[in-house]
Design a protein around this ligand. Structure first.
Ligand SMILES: Nc1ncnc2c1ncn2[C@@H]1O[C@H](COP(=O)(O)OP(=O)(O)OP(=O)(O)O)[C@@H](O)[C@H]1O
Ligand SMILES: [Mg+2]
Length: 317
């Protein structure tokens, strides 16, 4: 076999990455392998280390220790930079230039010019669905449209690997859907995608495989099915209370069979040994505390439940 011609080529291999910022350890021994052709997600809450990991892979930041190989080469080398497109977490565009002018500017930065550059800018505008707005200033765009241009910039040089850092945070559902569909389409045509998010629904929908990061450590990795198996036989009980919900009542965490609990937007999630056994006790406890349960459901385990089981906290704390 010819070296480097494996049918399942490795896109990214990260080994034992450690990164400190002053006294703070941002990455604490992160290792994973992403195959070519995959959509691979890093899922984790604020401060988990997602952007730090991406910056190291993109060659923008040096690790304290550990190894990164992208298509078999060290991160940061010219060949790797040419093969990778990065969509940064913060929008990096010139507000006073139009969408098209931004694409032309950034295309030149990637070494494109002439007819090739014009063609690529036109193709990218089509792909991000902004051809009709191409002459408008970025400053006049919605947050979602800016994010779509941000994605477009990373695609100009037709990278083999696309890396996205939480590209859908805080945008309208239509732009979000557009970005997710673009990623799925690009991947279907062979592009490898490293995706980061703290939205478990996105990680679940997009990823062939994913890993969960927390406090700079990789706490689980695998396919969605493999990860939810970690929750095993536990039930996920979701309920809402009438009126204000300050959080999970302390007494509930102490109920027998409750393994983890979390509250978000008035919705309480509990992981329990047996939902059917727990429910009557929950109703009793609620009544004793003068709380009224408005709705309750026992659901399949999801990535949120995996995170709760492994950390005792919710993904969105
Ligand atoms: N340039 C920096 N200087 C100091 N500390 C940093 C720097 N960049 C990141 N950190 C710290 O490293 C840790 C990981 O940060 P990182 O940005 O990688 O997390 P993240 O998973 O991307 O979070 P978010 O979802 O908020 O973007 C955090 O504790 C953060 O405060
Ligand atoms: Mg980040």
């Amino acid at each position: 076999m010819v070296a480097g011609m494996n049918s399942l080529e490795t896109a990214i291999r990260v080994e034992n990455l450690v990164k400190d910022f002053g006294p703070r350890r941002a990455l604490d021994g992160v290792s994973f392998t992403m195959h070519e052709g995959e959509i691979f997600s890093l899922l984790g809450p604020n401060g988990a280390g997602k952007s730090t990991t991406i910056s190291i892979i993109a060659g923008l930041l040096r690790p304290g220790s550990g190894q990164v190989r992208v298509f078999g080469r060290p991160a940061g080398t010219p060949a790797v930079k040419a093969a990778v497109g990065v969509v940064p977490q913060e929008v990096a565009l010139y507000p006073d230039l139009s969408a098209q002018e931004n694409l032309l500017f950034w295309g030149r930065m990637y070494g494109l010019s002439g007819r090739r550059l014009a063609e690529r800018a036109a193709q990218v505008l089509e792909l991000i669905g902004l051809t009709d707005r191409r002459a408008d200033r970025i400053a006049s765009f919605s947050g979602g449209m800016k994010r779509r241009v941000n994605l477009g910039v990373a695609l100009l040089h037709e990278p083999r690997l696309l890396i996205l850092d939480e590209p859908t945070v805080g945008i309208d559902p239509q732009s979000r859907r557009h970005i997710l569909d673009s990623i799925l389409g690009l991947n279907a045509r062979g592009m490898s995608v490293l995706y980061t998010t703290h939205y478990m629904e996105e990680a679940q929908e997009l990823s062939h495989r994913l890993c969960i990061l927390d406090h700079g450590r990789l706490i689980a990795s695998g396919t969605h099915a493999e990860l939810v198996r970690i929750v095993g036989e536990l039930d996920r009980v979701e309920l809402t209370l009438q009126g204000e919900t300050a959080g999970v009542p302390d007494s509930w965490r102490a109920l027998p069979g409750v393994r983890a609990a979390d509250a978000e937007n008035g919705r309480i999630s509990l992981l329990a040994d047996d939902g059917d056994v727990l429910l009557p006790r929950l109703f009793e406890e609620a009544a004793r505390e003068g709380l009224h349960i408005a709705s309750v459901q026992i659901r399949e385990p999801n990535l949120e439940a995996v995170f709760m089981k492994l950390t005792g906290r919710g993904l969105r704390d």
